[in-house]
Design a protein around this ligand. Structure first.
Ligand code: AOS
Ligand code: ZN
Ligand code: ZN
Length: 391
């Protein structure tokens, strides 16, 4: 049985080197199809998005990378953006393509029946690869929004074959140090079929492409009740879990703060991660957030998010694996369950605050952010011309 005072600092050593990648679009204005609310101080360009992301890392020590999105974060000089990030103590992480905001893609992008449209969608990824070369990024993240709304609308098989060819052309354009991260989603923006709806389809395409093609698991991209930690285990076992897009959902792909809806699920995911050492930097798993802060302070929302991930991982590191193995071997169902629940119910906040203090960070990053006056500062400085997060 572990308890708050029994969280020895060495138990949290598994946090050393663990980092989370924050998305640029979390700092921009976003919303739903009903309304995009604006927030004073919202970044007006990618440089200001990175400045906000740098505050999250400065206060938590957890978030040294910022995902960019093309074209939302297009700039004339990516080298300058890269230097700007470095000056602020962070760096540019994955580059996200966009196949969902071009009229040509209404009936598909990489799967489209018209070879001209497919070539346009492939060319967009070659553009993203050029951006990667300028920013030093190694992850090209591809979420495929393609799908159909009606049975019979198109050949499900034909779309897979065209998709495989398009992905091959992108994969072959990668530099040796690059990875292609393929993200699945079971519905939206299409509702009868998605062309990469699930982890199995993403895995099949990645296996057909090669070792540097890996799956992205977005926690909001599953049907209600899905056992996500099982998928985590399976993709790790196949050596194909490239990245997470962490968020929380109640009903759909809600993109809420990770851990806010179901901290127990986040803990169970982390238990599978820790059981295969995938939390260690050498694993190559990129722990990214993919969230939109429609009504909450965006910087504070990202601070809360990375702290939630840190807390879930800290609890997972406390699982008494020897006792768990013993209970499992003995067929002690509740004994094994209790071992896991002991870790989940341990309050690790004090131990994490001690760890932050020992590393020269604020014990309470959220309180430090609120006391910093940063929100009021950017609201006063950034008047006019706020860039929506999603455009
Ligand atoms: C869309 O639902 C996916 O989660 C994407 O990963 C993300 O929202 C964004 O479009 C980045 O490309
Ligand atoms: Zn995502
Ligand atoms: Zn999503």
């Amino acid at each position: 049985m572990t308890s708050p005072q029994e969280t020895p600092p060495e138990a949290l050593a598994g946090l050393d080197g663990f980092t989370i990648e924050v998305p640029s679009w979390a700092y921009g204005n976003s919303g739903t199809r009903f309304k995009v609310f604006t927030t004073p101080g919202t970044p007006r360009d990618p440089f200001e998005k990175i400045a906000d992301a740098a505050r999250v890392h400065a206060l938590t020590g957890l978030a040294p990378r910022v995902s960019l999105h093309v074209p939302w974060d297009r700039v004339d000089d990516y080298e300058r953006l890269r230097e700007h990030a470095a000056d602020l103590g962070v760096r540019i992480g994955g580059i996200n393509s966009n196949l969902f905001q071009d009229d040509d893609y209404k009936l598909g992008s990489l799967t489209h029946a018209d070879a001209r449209v497919r070539a346009k969608a492939v060319a967009h990824h070659l553009d993203c690869i050029d951006v990667m070369r300028a920013t030093g990024s190694t992850d090209l993240k591809l979420w495929l929004p393609d799908g159909t709304n009606y049975a019979g609308q198109d050949s499900l098989r034909g779309r897979q074959d065209r998709l495989a060819d398009s992905l091959r052309r992108i994969y072959e354009a990668l530099d040796p140090e690059h990875r292609l991260l393929v993200e699945y989603k079971f519905f939206e923006p299409y509702f009868y079929s998605m062309d990469i709806p699930d982890w199995g389809t993403a895995l099949l395409h990645c296996q057909a492409l090669g070792e540097r093609a890996q799956v992205v698991l977005d926690t909001g991209h599953h049907a209600p009740g899905t056992n996500i930690e099982f998928i985590v285990m399976q993709l790790l076992r196949a050596g194909r879990l490239g990245a997470f897009d962490f968020n929380s959902r109640y009903y759909a792909d809600d993109d809420l703060i990770v851990g806010s809806a179901d901290p127990f699920q986040l803990f169970r995911i982390m238990v599978e991660i820790v059981s295969q050492d995938a939390h260690l930097p050498r694993s190559g798993v990129n722990f990214m957030l993919d969230q939109c802060h429609n009504i909450e302070d965006k910087v504070a929302g990202q601070i809360r998010s990375v702290l939630n991930v840190e807390q879930a991982l800290a609890k997972a590191l406390l699982v008494d694996t020897a006792a768990l193995d013993e209970a499992r071997l003995a067929g002690d169902v509740l004994g094994a369950h209790d071992v896991l629940m002991d870790a989940f119910h341990t309050d690790v906040r004090g131990a994490l605050a001690d760890r932050r203090e020992a590393r020269g960070l604020p014990r309470d990053p959220m309180a430090a952010y609120r006391a910093s006056g940063y929100a009021a500062k950017i609201a006063a400085e950034r008047v006019g011309g706020t860039q929506a997060g999603w455009s």
